[in-house]
Write a protein that binds this ligand. Structure first.
Ligand SMILES: [Zn+2]
Length: 297
């Protein structure tokens, strides 16, 4: 090869190299008017940071009581690999309603974060001392579900409500609060929802398990205060307190997976059914138990 020929080859190689460098640089240029790529990374939950595609269980807050004991509330979080909404599942606000705790546990276990979009946050036993002692109420004998959104200058119950509301509830897009009947009464599987809130109603209908009872809920209840704060929220109630009921637990878990599917967070193979709407509700005595039913529209 002549000197002139080797010179041309060198120029061609340099040209090809230059073209590759320019093409690579252009690949990282965001053109004017094009959307910024969505930033999706770890979620900082104050007590812990959860990386995309992972799950973590950790202690959420330690609430010190007058007698120097602590309310240690666990918090479980699954951070998806893709951006999406935050669904919060809250259970054990009433410590004796143990079906709800098992529903929360199974739901969290069922979700693989590597297939998840968005974030699933589970607070499985808010009233953790009540759960361990089978006590509906908080340690100061107050009902936590009448104390939201709470205040840090109030009672122990009010402070616990405040901590949960500010640190968890306000960052949820959707919320499912799990309960059962109280005082040895058994509730027919039902969803309670403020039907004037379209996002909450859609959540209720797509839960797909049980009947829907309309209403805003009592003042100070988590569901009512969450909706006021802009979080779509429903309650799922099923079965009695103090007892695990397999069918109710399986149905509740199925409902949460239905909602995850509806929100586009987690694909589920199961078919969803729409729930029936009821207006009002009442108690009937049947054998040894009281059952909570609704009145069909
Ligand atoms: Zn309850």
């Amino acid at each position: 090869m002549s000197d002139a020929g080797s010179g041309h080859t060198l120029v061609r190689r340099l040209s090809r190299w230059l073209v590759r460098v320019i093409a690579l640089a252009l690949a990282f240029v965001v053109l004017p008017g094009s959307a910024e790529p969505t930033k999706w990374g770890p979620i900082d939950l104050k007590s812990a940071t959860v990386a995309p595609g992972t799950k973590l269980k950790f202690k959420f807050f330690a609430q010190q009581f007058f007698e120097s004991r602590f309310l240690d509330t666990p918090l479980w979080a699954a951070r998806g690999v893709k951006p999406g909404p935050t669904l919060c599942v809250i259970s054990g606000i009433h410590g004796d309603e143990i079906n709800s705790v098992e529903i929360a546990r199974r739901s969290f276990q069922a979700v693989m974060p590597t297939r998840l979009a968005g974030t699933l946050i589970v607070v499985p036993e808010v009233n953790s001392l009540g759960f361990r002692n089978m006590n509906r109420y908080m340690i100061d004998r107050r009902d936590l579900n009448r104390a939201f959104p709470g205040t840090m200058r109030g009672s122990v119950t009010s402070q616990a409500a405040r901590a949960l509301f500010e640190r968890v509830v306000r960052r949820c897009d959707y919320l499912i609060d799990l309960h059962t009947g109280s005082n040895f009464r058994s509730n027919v599987a039902q969803i309670r929802v403020d039907s004037s809130n379209p996002k909450s109603l859609a959540l209720a209908e797509n839960f797909g398990v049980g009947v829907i009872i309309e209403g805003r809920g009592p003042a100070g209840s988590l569901r009512r205060e969450a909706v006021k704060a802009g979080v779509a929220a429903i309650i799922y109630e099923a079965g009695p307190p103090y007892t695990f009921v397999r069918e109710e637990i399986e149905a509740g878990t199925r409902g949460i997976l239905n909602v995850l599917d509806y929100l586009g967070m987690y694909a589920s193979n199961q078919a969803r059914t729409r729930s029936k709407k009821l207006k009002g509700s009442s108690w009937i005595l049947s054998g040894y138990a009281l059952f909570h039913i609704g009145t069909f529209e």
